[in-house]
Design a protein around this ligand. Sequence first.
Ligand SMILES: Cc1ncc(COP(=O)(O)O)c(C=O)c1O
Length: 236
Amino acid sequence: MIPLSIPNISGNEWTYVKDCLDTGWISSVGSYVTQFENMVAEFVGAKYGVAAMNGTAALHIAQELAGVRQRDYVITPDITFIATANAIKYTGADPIFIDVDKDTWQMDLDILEEFLETQTYYFKDHTYLKSDKRCISAIMPVHVLGNMCDMERLMAIAKKYCLVVIEDSTEALGSSYKNKGAGTFGTFGTFSFNGNKIISTGGGGVIVTDDENLAKKAKHITTQAKTDPLNTIMMK
Ligand SMILES: Cc1ncc(COP(=O)(O)O)c(C=O)c1O
């Protein structure tokens, strides 16, 4: 049997936790946090990583920075963990659920395209739902259980309809599509390090992006707008 979510604590965890306690770096910043951010970014193939309180907060912050506004819509698949939809609601937007492919459990891109073609209209670089004229500002594919949809096709659809792509990669650390890491296709990718995830930090999340400016803004938000240099993202 391969357990889905039992943490394996068999390395240097005790030593590192003691080090944090001894040095007083027990919260959201410090050299271990910076090291972790950089290691996650490097591992998935992104330029920048920014730690967040958890995967849900990472999704919330990514949407705020993607420009998702109150009464917008964000497209996401109808099979995911509740946190994806919760994070959309936290921005004041509403989810539009697209059904998944029965074999992969990933967003069915035929259904997505048909929905966008028939139910929306395009005006001045934005896509709007015909029925209520509200803006659909982003799309959030979820790489459920580490699977990924055809990300090249999804990115092309998102580009055509001006949707910012935020990949909920919380369950997909180490997954890739055509040798490109989960979380590196969209403007943002987000990861969770909850107790039941592939790597656990007890609780935690990371936002990855290739955009330096957005990474700085994310760091600013996750560190409550403090100006302490230790909170400054380590730019490469
Ligand atoms: C698909 C998905 N999205 C978001 C989350 C939220 O992550 P967290 O529990 O770290 O807030 C999880 C896991 O819990 C998840 O599986």
